[in-house]
Write a protein that binds this ligand. Sequence first.
Ligand code: 2BA
Length: 108
Amino acid sequence: MKLIVAIVQDQDSPSLVQELTDKEYRVTKLASTGGFLKAGNTTLLIGVEDDGVDEVTQIIEKNCKTRDITTSLLPVTAPGDTFMPYPMVVKVGGASVFIIDVEKHMRV
Ligand code: 2BA
């Protein structure tokens, strides 16, 4: 068994969770925050038998789009020791996915 941890954009999570649950995968959805942009994102925990990993990763790929996000969170030093917000475009997504071996899974 594997635990798939997928960090996705909030906009992509409804369709992704819907398709996973329609296909009878079990999903837990957590509200999370990215360390870099400090913006909300969604972390999904998906426990899956080994033979389901490929299908789940395909479903994640299908539902998660790459987007350009403009952030002004990064201050740069300007002459005179003042800080100015500096707009910066970063590409976010589709998804950051970690696939972890599960030693044991119990439902008690
Ligand atoms: P954030 O940390 O808010 O990062 C948002 C996006 O900002 C990243 O998109 C990436 O394009 C950019 N970025 C992040 N750190 C950067 C840096 N040090 N310098 C320049 N640009 C940087 P994604 O790579 O698609 O990541 C989306 C979200 O997935 C991240 O939000 C974070 O919550 C999570 N994530 C990504 N990689 C991770 C990892 N190795 N471990 C834990 N969480 C991760």
